[in-house]
Design a protein around this ligand. Structure first.
Ligand code: MTE
Length: 320
């Protein structure tokens, strides 16, 4: 169930709570190791496009100040000041300043690969074609912190339906902007830029999966991935790729930037799973930004009811 709440802009001051007291120290490190064999279970035959992608989207009332569990939204201030966006810097509190003048208009997104109707859409066209709705989602970073964010977005499925994936399409590959002149972090040769992420086709079609163009009723700021980013709330935050320029339907599992740079640490699925530790830290608990003590992390980030069915029969400790 979704709500069209685009015009209902919740006053920012309602959400502005205290700044967090303790800032996270964790910065995702990287190491080079051999890719752990990924025991992929076939999920769709012959490019079958899923029609029933699970239970309804959890839906607190439009303009709610909490998620469906009653947990308070993270303040706007924290959402726009505490960011992971390695194309700018690995310093979370430095991203906003460095990204301030990043030009996100004009902007084009190329959609192609294994589709009947490839297209290139300007961000204005995307906004016109796909009305947004509010989705209040938890975001759990792999580093062990989390937020509750009211996004404005639309189902990725709507865009995929328009380009018509062919029967060979099994995955969706996303690419962020590549522009080392404007993005100082891309001079860091350690990372295989551009930032790439991927989803299985059924994950991409799931109703929880959105492309977001705003949050808190305002257009996205550059630090949050303007002008358009992915949000997949049951997966670790790194799957939610920012500032997308390319979306390709492909037949092979895409290799993400994180799989390539730290394959022993980051798998393709990256579903939030408190039972599977990161090689260097536990994933059992998380620090909700704005709170003092840690809380238990939830399987699939609390979206278990909505997504469990798409992983039926898969060993999620191997397909991490
Ligand atoms: N997308 C790009 N292009 N570059 C990044 O460094 N960081 C990811 C994800 N998307 C990242 C990205 C990580 S690790 C997280 S936790 C979220 O964005 C953070 O989103 P936020 O800064 O809007 O909270």
């Amino acid at each position: 169930m979704t709500r069209n709440t685009a015009p209902e802009i919740t006053p920012e001051k309602l959400y502005t709570s205290r700044r967090e007291f303790i800032r996270a120290l964790g910065v995702a490190g990287v190491s080079a190791a051999v890719l752990a064999a990924c025991q992929e279970k076939p999920f769709l035959q012959g490019g079958e496009i899923p029609t029933d992608t699970g239970a309804a989207v959890p839906s607190p009332q439009a303009g709610s100040t909490t998620d469906e569990f009653g947990d308070t939204l993270t303040s706007y201030d924290d959402v726009i000041r505490y960011n992971n966006y390695y194309e700018f810097t690995t310093d979370k509190e430095g991203v906003a300043r460095l990204a301030k003048n990043f030009q996100t208009s004009p902007w084009e997104v190329q959609i192609g690969g294994l589709v009947e109707k490839p297209s290139t859409l300007s961000i204005d066209e995307i906004r016109r074609r796909y009305p947004t709705e509010e989705r209040i989602y938890r975001m759990r970073c792999v580093e062990g912190w989390s937020m509750v964010i009211p996004w404005q977005g639309f189902p990725l499925a709507a865009l995929l339906e328009d380009v018509q994936p062919t029967s060979d399409a099994k995955y969706v590959r996303f690419e962020s902007i590549f522009d080392p002149k404007e993005l100082p972090g891309q001079k860091n040769k350690y990372f295989p830029w551009p930032y790439v992420e991927g989803l299985r086709l059924d994950e991409a079609y799931h109703d929880l999966t959105i492309l977001a163009t705003g949050l808190y009723g305002k257009d996205l700021l550059p630090q949050n991935g303007a002008p358009v980013r992915l949000v997949v709330p049951w997966k670790y935050g790194f799957k939610s790729i920012k500032s997308i320029t390319k979306i390709d339907l492909v037949s092979e599992m895409p290799v993400s930037l994180w799989m390539e740079s730290a394959p022993n640490e980051y798998g393709f699925y990256a579903n939030v799973n408190p039972e599977v530790d990161h090689p260097r830290w536990s994933q059992a608990t998380e620090r909700r930004i704005g709170e003092l003590s840690r809380r238990a992390s939830l399987m699939f980030n609390g979206y278990e009811q909505e997504v469990t069915n798409i992983y039926e029969g898969m060993d999620l400790t191997k397909n991490f």
